[in-house]
Ligand binder design. Structure first.
Ligand SMILES: *[C@@H]1O[C@H](CO)[C@@H](O)[C@H](O)[C@H]1NC(C)=O
Ligand SMILES: *[C@@H]1O[C@H](CO)[C@@H](O)[C@H](O)[C@H]1NC(C)=O
Ligand SMILES: *[C@@H]1O[C@H](CO)[C@@H](O)[C@H](O)[C@H]1NC(C)=O
Ligand SMILES: *[C@@H]1O[C@H](CO)[C@@H](O)[C@H](O)[C@H]1NC(C)=O
Ligand SMILES: *[C@@H]1O[C@H](CO)[C@@H](O)[C@H](O)[C@H]1NC(C)=O
Ligand SMILES: *[C@@H]1O[C@H](CO)[C@@H](O)[C@H](O)[C@H]1NC(C)=O
Ligand SMILES: *[C@@H]1O[C@H](CO)[C@@H](O)[C@H](O)[C@H]1NC(C)=O
Length: 289
């Protein structure tokens, strides 16, 4: 996956079909393409703007979904892992759970890596480990103007998690909690006299996080260079991928990809057969392999 050629091959092997009758994207055209490169199924959660409930759905290994955010949406996208939902969509998850339904009814519970967005002009985005880490997330902005850097994690902090922060299931580390979550002290949590950037410094724990995920927030008042601005981009949120990976999004009926160290390139539609299925739970489009 580290090799861009392999990544591209893998990508082009994803088989997609376009229906001309696909629902039009109307209102805001900001699309989020969610890609699951993890070996397992994940259940992404997406917060809604108006309250702390949100959308949620399953995304199998290798699957891609397109989510169209409402105008002016701000919120986070994360992954739930190890979920077990029954036919009615009721159940629970080992990490990132947000209520007892496949549709989130509350915020994701830590530890969970999150991709945070504030849409506007420009858009702000970052990947945060402030609430811990459950799997690598990379965010790429496609076709935007401005800084538009790729942010997030290449590394898997579950493998480097200090034992006192490890969240385990049957002796397997399934997530890494934040030092604030575990020790709940003002210095780790940037509270009280530690409530400003001059006094809340990186800790030995957040330094480990930063080492594995240099382009992510590792603690509450981390160096704000991890917060990126970008205008007019569509976003690709990649679970368990690498920052070098080619990412594609769906724009104006075209699949548009970025390539590492190269200009954006629109892939001719004939290369792709896109399958766009309306989703029942408020999502406009879905692309399945
Ligand atoms: C990404 O690309 C850079 C430069 O080509 C390389 O040094 C780095 O090792 C790559 N990282 C990964 C995770 O593939
Ligand atoms: C959405 O797309 C339509 C045409 O495709 C365009 O007229 C409109 O300005 C776009 N809206 C936004 C918010 O970009
Ligand atoms: C949150 O907002 C959604 C959409 O407006 C609504 O359907 C849902 O009932 C709200 N949930 C709560 C807990 O208010
Ligand atoms: C999830 O929410 C959507 C509406 O947003 C609804 O159609 C669907 O039935 C819900 N699913 C479950 C399992 O609650
Ligand atoms: C971090 O620092 C604390 C207090 O100084 C110490 O108890 C702990 O062992 C250190 N942990 C690591 C992983 O270095
Ligand atoms: C974007 O911002 C990041 C972090 O602040 C910085 O490292 C990078 O050089 C900037 N890139 C561009 C193209 O301005
Ligand atoms: C995205 O890039 C493609 C290919 O370079 C270009 O044709 C298209 O106009 C761009 N779209 C936006 C919204 O900038």
């Amino acid at each position: 996956m580290a090799n861009p050629h392999i990544a591209l091959l893998k990508l082009t092997s994803i088989f997609i079909v376009i229906f001309a009758s696909a629902p039009e994207l109307c209102g805001s055209n900001k699309t989020f393409t969610l890609v699951n490169y993890c070996k397992e199924t994940i259940w992404p959660g997406i917060t809604r703007s108006d309250n702390h409930s949100g959308d949620g759905f399953a995304l199998k290994s290798g699957q891609t979904t397109v989510y169209t955010a409402p105008d002016g949406w701000s919120g986070r996208i994360w992954a739930r892992t190890g979920c077990d939902f029954d036919n009615n969509g009721n159940g629970k998850c080992k990490t990132g759970g947000c209520g007892t339904s496949i549709n989130c009814t509350g915020p994701g519970s830590p530890p969970a890596t999150s991709a945070d967005f504030t849409l506007g002009e420009p858009d702000f985005y970052d990947v945060s480990l402030v609430d811990g880490f459950n799997l690598p997330i990379v965010v790429k902005a496609i076709n935007g103007t401005g800084n538009c850097s790729t942010v997030g994690c290449d590394g898997d902090l579950r493998q480097n998690c200090p034992s006192e922060l490890a969240s385990k299931d049957n002796d397997k580390v399934i997530a890494c909690r934040s030092a604030c979550d575990v020790f709940n002290t003002d210095d780790y949590c940037c509270r009280g006299t530690y409530g400003n950037p001059a006094t809340c410094l990186a800790s030995n724990y957040s330094k480990i996080f930063k080492q594995v995920c240099p382009a992510a927030y590792s603690f509450a008042l981390d160096d704000p260079t991890s917060l990126i601005t970008c205008s007019k981009a569509d976003f690709v949120v990649i679970f368990c991928g690498s920052r070098n990976q080619t990412a594609c999004s769906y724009q104006d009926k075209q699949v548009v990809c970025n390539r590492p160290n190269k200009a954006y390139k629109a892939i001719p539609q004939s290369w792709w057969v896109l399958m766009l299925l309306p989703l029942t739970y408020g999502f406009n489009l879905r692309i399945t392999p």
